[in-house]
Design a binder for this molecule. Structure first.
Ligand code: ADP
Length: 949
């Protein structure tokens, strides 16, 4: 058993604890029980004493009361007192009986006996005597009786009773003291017991400290020593418990550790030796790693080159990428790649553009030839120049590499050159360069092919974009393969590329406002499997009226349908021309037939019938009027035709517009005296460069319309003013006015407003079209504003002449044809002569005023001058000839006199070359001038007009 306990600290500790706890419990219980029983005994005894005490007190009280009642009876002979006496005696007896039932001490029994005996004596002996004496009233006998000792006996017994009661009190006090003493004893025992328990605990703790604490402390110290690598002294122990086991294990462990450590030290030394060896190997490996990493980086860059080569189709991006990447792979300081194409496209890194241009300029004389011949790269070594040397003082060398980039057929297509400062190119680097250059060559080939294809594509696109027809090629599903700009604009998209590959449903949606049948036509044509051509014509009215012809045809390759081609032509103009043609035919035929019918009718009448003189005259007048109308119509028509075809020649000169206007107004005023036609001029000298004849035609048309379309009369007001340095002429009437909707079409030829109030008013619809042509030929504008029923205003604007007489400008604009100046105050004759001379091939300037003519001749230095002698409102022709001859600038200019005066000799005498007397046939003048010019040399040249076509 002892051995069993020795083997385990836990068991020992548990055993001690159990003993201790049991001891504490048993001790506490014993003490508790002892204390409790003492306490209970005390309480019982005390209660007993208290009970006895109260009964004895009661006995004393009843006894005393009984005696007092006896005395009362004796003294007062009261029966009531006697009755009370017996009641008290009764109570006394009851208390005594109850006291006798409890356990009594001998003293108590004695006391009870004395009281009982006396009470018996008192009631049975003394009281009967007293009663007899009282009843007998024998007070002396009573007094004797008392003196015989009854009173003394009574007092004696009272004192005994009193003493006994006191005794009982003392007993009670003693009992209490006794109990307190016992309690004190119990407390002392408890204190001793407590001390004992503490001693047991102290013992247990001491045991624990000794048995566990110290050995553990020693172990811990030993552990620290082991940890610190110090030697540990182990004390032999024969303990069999856990501490013993722990100590032994620890000791063994330390010993085995020491052994292991020694082994490890040996191994470590071996390892150190191996590590040295490994370090050597690691260094070797690191070298290898460095090599393979740089190899890897090169491969990565190679990949980068290859990926760039394979992705981009942008030439410059590709060149830049090649130059950057390749130079980076080989650590070059600068590099350049030049394409040997026409533009010599190039990209550089680290090279200025002037250096690059310089290289390109010279390379064809050396590098290109060498690379072309050897087809191999080469490296040259040279001394680094200052810029390359940087801040280094010592002499260094630069190595320039030149590598050819060749096509598969050996043609040199580009040159790559790179420079490395201070470091030559190793042989393997040269091999790598050759390899990369081969790859670059493939990519450049690809780029060239792409560029060629792109060029071809753009060319094709340009061609189809520039045809007037819309062209659309779709595949069998209807997606767009090719489209030109004309059609893309119809779809509202400017960029053709946005439409490529667009599915059928989408591009159909973009066509906008087209008829339903057109879509059906497209769908049907798409489905068509033969090469038959399908055609369709449609019109749209939005945003402008257009007529389109479209045809569609399936396209086959190797008998397989690959798509459908649609060609759309805008035939709006042809369509309108066709319509106009038919309108023209109907209008012209109507306008021709009407006057011809009356001419024919009246002439037939005159032929077949014998008519009176007046009637014949009347008919002839009508025939003449109709013939004139016909002539006007034909003239208008021909005029417009000439103007539109650009064949109309304009004899422009600086004109006072108001004068021309006034002439026309005067003419109309004569013909229409009932109408008031007024001109309001706010410009001082309103000169414009214009053809007078055409201006007259313009104003005549407009004023004639103003009169014609005011059937109810009304004034015609013409205003002339300057707005924005333009001359503005407005002709206002108070006539029918023009509906707003008709205004945009008004200036079209043959356009007439067709309504009832105008039907009676004749016309061809050519007048305003002619007006517009004339105004435009004078760089002007014409517009109309009108209010129906109130009147219309036709407004024209012309650029003002810069000077009042810009002859120089006019002459400058003339070609090198011979120039003539005609001084003639008769407009009609001047016009006739001008026409004739123009046709012969002269440029003619017409002047009406002698002074002005002198200025013009001096300025223009014409080849000949034609002068009329009699001039209205001007110096006469003689004075002009004289002044011309006086002026050195003009004295040699040949003068031809054209006059109604027959004064040939005077004329020739004054210096004229020829003298023509009016009237003479118009061509005579041109013949004479030609003769003059042929016989005359001017600046060594004979001036002759070119032959007229
Ligand atoms: P024509 O007078 O021969 O009919 P125009 O070309 O001169 O041809 O005029 C075209 C149309 O313009 C006329 O038919 C007429 O209805 C309208 N028009 C021209 N001038 C006026 C005007 N001053 N007032 C009202 N309508 C005019």
């Amino acid at each position: 058993m002892l051995n069993y306990m020795k083997q385990s600290l836990l068991r020992q500790f548990a055993f001690i604890m159990i003993i201790l706890v049991a001891f504490i419990i048993l001790g506490s219980l014993g003490l508790g029980v002892a204390f409790y029983s003492e306490q209970q005994t005390f309480i019982i005894e005390r209660d007993d004493l208290l009970d006895k005490q109260s009964k004895i007190t009661e006995i004393e009280e009843h006894f005393t009361e009984m005696l007092f009642r006896g005395r009362g009876y004796t003294a007062f002979q009261s029966e009531t007192e006697l009755e009370q006496l017996y009641i008290e005696a009764k109570k006394l007896e009851q208390v005594i009986t109850s006291l006798e039932m409890s356990e009594l001490t001998s003293e108590e029994a004695y006391f009870i006996k004395e009281i009982t005996d006396f009470t018996f004596y008192y009631l049975n002996e003394l009281m009967p005597q007293r009663i007899v004496l009282v009843e007998a009233g024998d007070y002396d006998g009573l007094r004797d009786l008392s003196e015989q000792g009854s009173t003394a006996a009574i007092n004696q017994i009272l004192s005994t009773a009193h003493d006994f009661a006191n005794e009982m009190d003392e007993k009670l006090i003693m009992k209490n003291e006794e109990f307190i003493n016992k309690l004190n004893q119990v407390s002392i025992i408890f204190l001793l017991y407590l001390l004992f328990v503490l001693a047991c605990i102290g013992f247990a703790i001491r045991k624990v400290v000794k048995e566990i604490g110290y050995p553990l402390q020693a172990l811990s110290k030993a552990t620290l020593q082991v940890k610190a690598g110090e030697h540990v002294n182990f004390v032999e122990t024969d303990r069999q418990d856990e501490i013993g086991t722990l100590s032994k294990s620890f000791e063994e462990m330390v010993r085995s550790l020491q052994v292991k450590e020694e082994e490890l030290t040996a191994q470590n030394e071996e390892l150190m030796a191996q590590q040295d060896e490994l370090t050597g190997q690691q260094e070797q490996l690191q070298d290898l790693l460095y090599i393979s990493e740089s190899q890897k980086k090169k491969l990565e860059l190679n990949n980068q080159v290859i990926s760039t080569l394979s992705t981009t189709l942008n030439k410059h991006e590709l060149l830049q990428e090649i130059v950057t990447t390749v130079s980076e792979i080989f650590h070059c300081d600068k590099a350049m790649l030049v394409l040997l194409n026409e533009n010599r496209d190039y990209e550089v890194i680290g090279v200025s553009s002037s250096q690059a241009e310089n290289f390109i300029h010279w390379m064809d004389n050396g590098v290109t030839i060498k690379l072309g011949q050897t087809k191999k790269l080469f490296v040259t070594k040279r001394e680094s120049h200052l810029a390359e040397q940087g801040y280094h003082d010592e002499r260094s060398f630069s190595y320039d590499l030149f590598a050819p980039i060749m096509r598969a057929d050996g043609e040199l297509i580009a040159i790559y050159t790179a420079t490395r400062v201070g470091q030559s190119f190793l042989p393997h680097e040269l091999d790598e360069h050759t390899m990369i250059m081969n790859q670059i060559s493939l990519s450049l080939d690809k780029i060239f092919l792409y560029e060629e294809a792109e060029q071809n594509r753009l060319l094709n696109q340009d061609i189809i974009d520039n045809v007037n027809e819309g062209i659309l090629l779709v595949d069998n599903s209807g997606s767009i393969i090719q489209i030109n700009r004309v059609l893309s604009q119809v779809m509202g998209i400017d960029s053709v590329s946005h439409l490529l590959q667009l599915p059928f449903e989408e591009w159909i949606g973009k066509l906008g406002n087209v008829p339903e049948e057109f879509i059906h036509f497209l769908t049907d044509t798409l489905r068509h499997q033969t090469d038959a051509v399908m055609t369709y014509r449609y019109e749209i009215s939005h945003p402008k009226h257009h007529v389109f012809d479209i045809y569609g045809q399936a396209i086959f390759r190797n008998d397989e349908k690959i798509g459908t081609l649609f060609v759309q032509r805008d035939i709006t103009v042809e369509h309108e021309i066709d319509q106009m043609k038919s309108e023209l035919v109907s209008t012209v035929s109507h306008e021709l037939r009407t006057p011809l019918a009356s001419i024919l009718g009246f002439t037939e009448l005159m032929i077949t019938k014998n008519l009176k003189q007046e009637r014949q005259a009347k008919y002839l007048e009508t025939i003449h009027k109709e013939a004139k109308r016909l002539t006007n119509l034909i003239n208008d028509f021909l005029d417009l035709q000439r103007m539109e075809s650009g064949n109309q020649t304009y004899q422009k000169e600086s004109l006072q517009v108001v004068h021309v206007l006034q002439q026309v107004v005067d003419l109309f005023q004569v013909q229409h005296p009932d109408r008031k036609i007024s001109i309001k001029n706010e410009v001082k000298e309103p000169y414009i460069i214009a053809d007078e004849e055409k201006l007259i035609q313009l104003f005549t048309n407009l004023i004639s319309n103003a009169i014609k379309f005011s059937p109810n009369g009304g004034n015609i007001d013409i205003s002339v003013d300057v707005v924005n340095s333009q001359l503005r002429i407005a002709i206002h009437d108070e006539g029918l006015g023009i509906p707003r909707s008709e205004i945009p079409n008004l200036f079209q030829k043959f356009y007439r407003i067709d309504n009832s109030d105008r039907r009676k008013i004749g016309g061809t619809g050519l007048g305003l079209a002619i007006c517009k042509e004339i105004v435009q030929a004078h760089h002007g504008t014409i517009s109309v504003s009108s209010e129906q029923g109130k009147g219309s205003t036709f407004t024209m604007q012309f650029p003002l002449a810069k000077e009042d007489r810009p002859i120089a400008n006019e002459l400058d604009s003339m070609s090198d044809l011979p120039k003539l100046v005609i001084l003639e105050d008769d407009n009609s004759l001047a016009m006739l002569l001008k026409e004739q001379l123009n046709e012969t091939g002269f440029h003619v300037i017409h002047e009406k005023d002698g002074e002005q003519a002198l200025k013009t001749i001096e300025q223009a230095k014409p080849d000949a001058v034609v002068i009329d002698i009699m001039l209205q409102n001007s110096i006469d022709g003689w004075s002009v000839i004289e002044k011309l001859k006086e002026n050195p600038v003009t004295k040699d200019i040949p003068i031809i006199v054209s006059s109604a005066l027959d004064e040939k000799e005077r004329g020739l005498g004054a210096g004229a070359k020829h003298y023509l007397t009016k009237p003479y046939p118009p061509n005579q003048l041109s013949t004479v001038i030609l003769q003059t010019l042929v016989t005359r040399k001017k600046d060594g040249k004979i001036l002759l007009p070119k032959e007229t076509e």
